[in-house]
Design a protein around this ligand. Structure first.
Ligand code: ATP
Ligand code: MG
Length: 313
């Protein structure tokens, strides 16, 4: 389809006998913000590396703007910006020197290079520290500079591999805002993460990846429908006995009650309606309530439901 900026077709990648990417098919539309959500070792970086022509697939292909990365890597690369998981900067150069270097690699020069470098520095929030050596930067600033480098040539699609891992909250917020800004300006973004909150907030569409396979795909809302509209009411309480748990189990709209170490978990598709009934059962039984929380269905729960394990180990 003409409006797909990236098409991944039957992609397989092996490291010796180990299959790291196991038959991935994906279509990312122009201007879309696509999230690739998966735990450590799921195959996110391997997939990104194949799209960005750093690795060759065992079989299958990726088309960027219609160009096969196997046949026309140079043409495909021009359309992409990459923000790698491992930071790729010259530590002894300043931010400005790094940007000028990479800008020239992209074929920019003269007034256009200057304009693009300034634009990227502004977007990355680094205007005040441009003349400092990158080795003195914090992890978050290095990451932001990497993003600045990735967008110098105005790519149609930006590949961002876990851009917020291991950085301070301020840089993290700045990066999330930058991602939104770039996307609003029309850049398609493939954003990998194992933070479901980020993916849920940012992305139009999410692919959940595990063991090299896409195990579910859709909008966050569509994915959450896979587990139904199940809310969890979590009560921290003392003096809980079997009768109390039985009484909770018998409440209308309650699907399941779990009890473990002073924590009661009540699952229901009608969280709001059930909450007051849960509280009154507990009050009548003289249970001492320390805290109550309602958890909406989220992507973590979807992942747990599909794989039986948590996104974060
Ligand atoms: N060069 C390599 N040689 C052998 N195995 C590799 C190599 N690179 C990655 N792998 C393995 O391939 C699998 C996928 O790795 P990949 O880096 O793509 O995962 P990821 O989803 O990016 O994980 P993370 O969240 O930790 O970054 C892992 O099991 C990893 O150990
Ligand atoms: Mg990775």
């Amino acid at each position: 389809m003409a409006d797909n900026i990236v098409i991944i077709k039957d992609l397989i990648k092996k490291y010796s006998d180990f299959v790291a990417v196991d038959g991935i098919n994906l279509e990312i539309q122009a201007g879309e913000l696509f999230g690739l959500l998966g735990p450590n070792g799921a195959g996110k970086t391997t997939t990104i590396s194949i799209i960005s022509c750093l690795l060759k697939p065992a079989s299958g292909d990726v088309f960027v703007g219609g160009y096969s990365v196997k046949k026309y890597p140079t043409k495909a690369k021009v359309l992409m910006g990459v923000v790698p998981q491992d930071i790729a900067l010259y530590p002894t150069l300043t931010a400005l020197e790094n940007l000028n270097f990479w800008g020239r690699m992209y074929g920019l020069s003269g007034a256009l290079l200057k304009e693009r470098v300034e634009e990227a520095l502004e977007l990355a929030g680094l205007i005040e520290r441009t003349k400092e050596r990158v080795q003195n930067y914090s992890g978050g600033m290095k990451r932001r500079l990497n993003i600045a480098i990735g967008i110098l040539h105005h790519p149609k699609v930006l590949l961002m591999d876990e851009p917020t891992v291991g950085i301070d909250p301020q840089s993290r917020n700045h990066i999330l805002e930058t991602v939104k800004r770039l996307n609003r300006a029309g850049t398609a973004i493939i954003y990998t993460s194992h933070y479901m909150e980020e993916v849920e907030i940012l992305c139009d569409k999410v692919g959940i990846i595990d063991h090299g396979k896409i195990i579910a795909m859709g909008t966050a809302d569509e994915l959450k429908k896979l587990i139904g509209d199940e809310h969890a009411i979590i009560v921290q309480a003392e003096n809980v006995d079997d009768d109390v748990i039985d009484a909770l189990n018998q409440l209308r709209y309650v699907d399941c009650v779990n009890y473990h170490e002073d924590e009661i978990e009540v699952l229901s598709k009608h969280g709001g309606r059930v909450l007051s009934k849960v509280v009154s059962v507990l009050n009548q039984a003289d249970v001492h309530i320390n805290s109550i929380d309602i958890k909406e269905p989220n992507l973590e729960a979807v992942f747990l439901h599909l794989t039986g394990k948590s996104l974060r180990d």
